[in-house]
Design a protein around this ligand. Structure first.
Ligand SMILES: NC(=O)c1ccc[n+]([C@@H]2O[C@H](COP(=O)([O-])OP(=O)(O)OC[C@H]3O[C@@H](n4cnc5c(N)ncnc54)[C@H](O)[C@@H]3O)[C@@H](O)[C@H]2O)c1
Length: 375
């Protein structure tokens, strides 16, 4: 197949690599020459590392590079069967691009977006033949994460959905539908910091030490980029009609405005120009309090996803373990801790703050009343 990928940033390069390694001809497009040059070098370096580790051969490397071409012009998309857009997370800029994509692709080309949070239905609304629009949401880093979220819009045809599911599974990925559950990992960590309970390093320590997460929330936000993570939070908030559960954080907004985007700018919550990152306060009681607070909000969100029929218990746990690399499925975790304990913690927070972000999900209350478990 011929695959177009637009946006040669973090996600675009990864998606292009996945497609090219699966023997497709890939056209990676970016409006910035600098980004294209960086992508070219980046792909080469990544593939060389894979050769050194013995994961691919020198021939595979050559073949993948030959299959990938770089351009700043959309007209190369004319031959593509599938185009995946991975530019900046901004609805009006994406709308503009979608109109341009439609002018440049063939009638049967599927037009997909890698958006983390914008509405696929809205993206589809600006083009004439919108039944070919779909969300194909890769996780970061795309070549490594096994899960890909496939998001049909109300306009998407069954044929396009089936075709995309088959492409994604041919690429060795698991197609999946889920969203939003991870927001409290960032939002509640920021809130805990804003209340002055602990600094970034201590909150990160609590989540890795007691939760077994691979990275703490601030390290992860610095890795994702505060611009990207903030944009996702803002559009989830909007998409849920400003439900206070998803309220963005001033701290993150100010970091974004200051250009403290994370590793990519050398400074985010941490300053990467200093050789040693700050040490956490290793206070066990404090650490456990932070971990419990963030985890019970995550579990509340996963419960809501079951309650609102977004996916089954197993599917939501699979999404969080395979999609965002959580050490355990949140609902399995909830069973282990005990649903009554989780509910009690949420009730205490809700009582203390009187804010809707802590309101326990109705399904959780019901399950505790009926002495049920998720598994
Ligand atoms: N970073 C993540 O962890 C992550 C994970 C999943 C999904 N996403 C989504 O993927 C998309 C891209 O994110 P990213 O982190 O790769 O961004 P990025 O900032 O690293 O890269 C975006 C690239 O798009 C280019 N670009 C911007 N406008 C353009 C246009 N009109 N035409 C062509 N190129 C244009 C920029 O030059 C840049 O190189 C976003 O929608 C984001 O929400 C990001």
């Amino acid at each position: 197949m011929k695959i177009g990928v637009i946006g040669a940033g973090t996600m675009g390069i990864g998606i292009a690599q996945v497609a090219a390694q699966n023997k497709n001809d890939v056209f990676l497009i970016d409006s910035s020459e600098v980004a294209l040059e960086k992508a070219k070098q980046g792909l080469k370096t990544t593939l060389q590392k894979l050769v050194e580790k013995g994961k691919i051969t020198e021939d595979d490397l050559q073949e993948t590079l030959e299959k990938t071409s770089f351009s700043h012009e959309l007209k190369v998309l004319a031959q593509c069967d599938l185009v995946i857009e991975a530019i900046i997370e901004n609805l009006s800029i994406k709308h503009e691009l979608f109109r341009e994509i439609e002018k440049n692709v063939s009638e049967n080309c599927i037009i997909a977006s890698n958006t983390s949070s914008l509405s696929i239905a809205s993206l589809g609304s600006v083009i004439k033949n919108s039944n070919r629009v779909i969300g194909i949401h890769f996780f970061n880093p795309a070549p490594i994460m096994p899960l890909v979220e496939i998001i049909p819009a109300v306009q998407t045809s069954q044929e396009v959905l089936k075709k995309c599911q088959s492409i994604i599974s041919d690429w060795g990925k698991i197609g999946f539908i889920v969203n939003r559950v991870a927001r409290p990992f960032y939002g509640e960590a920021l809130r805990i910091y804003e209340e002055g309970i602990a600094d970034f390093a201590t909150i990160d320590w609590a989540m890795t030490e007691f939760g077994g997460f691979k990275m703490g929330p601030f390290t992860l936000m610095d890795y994702i980029g505060n611009d990207v993570n903030y944009a996702v939070t803002e559009s989830v908030f909007e998409a849920f009609y400003f439900d206070p559960r998803f309220k963005p954080s001033f701290t993150q907004k100010r970091h974004k405005e200051a250009g403290f985007l994370g590793r990519k700018t050398g400074r985010g919550y941490y300053d990467y120009s200093i050789p040693e990152l700050p040490s956490p306060t290793r206070d066990k009681d404090l650490g456990l309090m932070i971990y419990n607070r963030i985890l019970c909000l995550l579990i509340n969100e996963a419960t809501d996803a079951v309650f609102m029929q977004i996916g089954s218990v197993e599917a939501i746990d699979l999404a969080m373990t395979k999609g965002v690399n959580y050490p355990k499925g949140l609902l399995k975790w909830a069973d282990e801790i005990g649903l009554a304990i989780i509910l009690n913690q949420l009730e205490n927070l809700f009582h203390e703050y009187g804010e809707d972000r802590y309101r326990p999900n109705a399904l959780l209350r019901r399950m505790v009343r009926e002495k049920k478990k998720f598994y």
